[in-house]
Structure formats: C-alpha cells, structure tokens
Design a protein around this ligand. Structure first.
Ligand code: FES
Length: 111
C-alpha cells in the first residue's frame, strides 16, 4: 500500500471568482462532469447527473438553497445533496476545497 493511495487527488476545477454566491455551474474535472454550487460562500461539488434519470443538473435551477432538476423537478438541498423531494434520493458529492490563491479543487476519486 503506497502513501499516495491514502491521499486525496485534488484537481483544479474553477477559479472561485467565477462562481458567485447563489450560482451553480458545471465543469469538467478530468473526465467527470462536476456541478459546483456556491451556497452562501461555501462551495459544494456534486456529480452533474440527477439520481433519477441522469439528467444534467446544471440545466436545472438553483435558488440559493435548493437545486431543482429541470427534467421532472426533483429537489435537493444544495448544502448537503440530500433529497428534499423525494427525500429518498440524494446527490453524489465530491470532496472540494478552495486554495489560498482562490482555486476550487475537487477530488473526483479514481473514476
Ligand atoms: S431526471 Fe432529474 S428529476 Fe427526473
């Protein structure tokens, strides 16, 4: 077991300047489409696919609190990815962080 396998693989996703509070945007991180969401200044990262039928979530709405899929209007808490309607579904989250120089980094895992 190498030490490298125990560490996160942070990849640059977007400059924080380009994601204002209350906004969401999809970016490609490696080969993964990632939905970045700025919730009151805190950035969250999710797989950009609805758990219902894989619709791209960035085509939906974000009111600052809730992400709504445009396909069949399922709703998710932006701060946690938990399902609001229905409560049994949830988004797949990725670890993310903002570096000192203002770059959002995401660990999408081994893919
Ligand atoms: S695909 Fe998102 S609600 Fe159906």
């Amino acid at each position: 077991m190498s030490a490298q396998s125990m560490t996160a693989s942070w990849l640059p996703a977007l400059a924080l300047d380009e994601l204002w509070e209350g906004e969401m945007i999809a970016v490609e991180v490696g080969t993964t489409s990632v939905l970045l969401v700025n919730v009151d200044g805190d950035v969250r990262a999710y797989r950009n696919r609805c758990p219902h039928q894989e619709w791209a979530l960035d085509e939906g709405d974000f009111d600052g609190e809730v992400i709504t899929c445009s396909r069949h209007l399922w709703e998710f808490e932006a701060c946690s990815g938990a399902g609001r309607n229905p409560a049994t579904a949830s988004l797949t989250g990725f670890p993310c962080r903002v570096t000192e120089d203002g770059m959002i980094q995401v660990d999408v895992g081994p893919g």
